[in-house]
Ligand binder design. Sequence first.
Ligand SMILES: *Cc1c(COP(=O)(O)O)cnc(C)c1O
Length: 419
Amino acid sequence: MDHFSYRDGRMFAEDVALDTIAAEVGTPVYVYSRATLERHARVFREGLSGLGKIHLAYAIKANPNLAVLRVLANMGYGADVVSGGELARALAAGMPAHDIVFSGVGKTREELAFGLDSGIGQFNLEHEPEGVALAEIAHQRGLRAPAVLRVNPDVDAGTHAKISTGKADNKFGVAIADAPAIYARLAALPGLALRGVAIHIGSQLGDLRPLETAYASVGRLIAELRAAGHEISHVDLGGGLGVPYREGESLPSPADYGAMVTRATKGWDVELMFEPGRVIAGNAGVLLTKVLWVKPGVRHPYVIVDAAMNDLARPALYDAWHDFAAVAPSGERMIANIAGPVCESGDTFAMARDIDAVGEGDLAVFRTAGAYGATMASTYNSRALVPEVLVDGDRYAVVADRIAAQTIMGAERVPDWLT
Ligand SMILES: *Cc1c(COP(=O)(O)O)cnc(C)c1O
């Protein structure tokens, strides 16, 4: 459920007409709904009620805009960060340091030190040498770093290969079979307060069974670690819950997920941690765009919109589907290809799609663009960096400026020796 719907034939975000935003801010522009973000944050938490003490760390890579983070901080969410830059954002948005979890397969020593100096709540270690480095840096400071070991359960999450993270051959975590020995060596280091394990098997999961299989493996690992004398107080179950990208598509709900987690973690006696990203932000945003031209194609016309793969990379990157809808539909339909202005055939959002009929100058949205949208934007083809707007009832604010191509160019230099 989201707050982008039609009133008198025009699409609104909450109580703001999208054509108003297009007129005042220009297009392309991402538009987020505060009410939808809050609703998803609430529904996800409710799905997990009955699990005792839990910790919710929003995976901020899904949408790291400061205003979005502030909304979620106000909803009691901490953050899962994967870089020093994300850590700085979480802190700047007012998330308490002790509610921040630091994941990521390539943390540098500088980033580990930044996390320690900020007093973050937990480091999710991806492999043994990282744990050794963190222990050294913490020991030098007279600290013990709270940490868990990320394990790779070798399950196929059944999602797109580029967002699958829990197969043995993926780069993440340590093989679950090797975990007991690695855990024992890391637990002995004075600079670490090792307290459990973490997993995250992939994103946009449409089936809970691979997750349940992975959680069962973690359950067996916890028992083995405890039998070896380790105190296991925290288990981080990661994120990955999928969202519907097509009208009518049905995915497991947070309540379904919560029921599975309750079953799978029965008797664990730990504080469970969660890292939802897409499920919070995905349906809380649209990419608002304008039709530039409609151009004949071999079989179907090309609708050329002013948004492109540099603004929304998911279709080019993962062959992802985003529903396309006119802001003021006429009721007519057309079969068309939808593409952006970038000079690559990959800059195509849809082929032979049945869509609202649109013509030059019409406004339209790509739905479900709130997660892995603006944050992946680039300035490829020397296009401006796409701005972001947050709607709250009948008001809205630009929460990220459009950064002009000229401004980006201003950071470049031609050395003297070329003149
Ligand atoms: C990306 C990521 C998440 C969030 O995944 P979603 O599918 O957006 O919920 C959670 N944890 C880790 C470690 C991640 O890398």
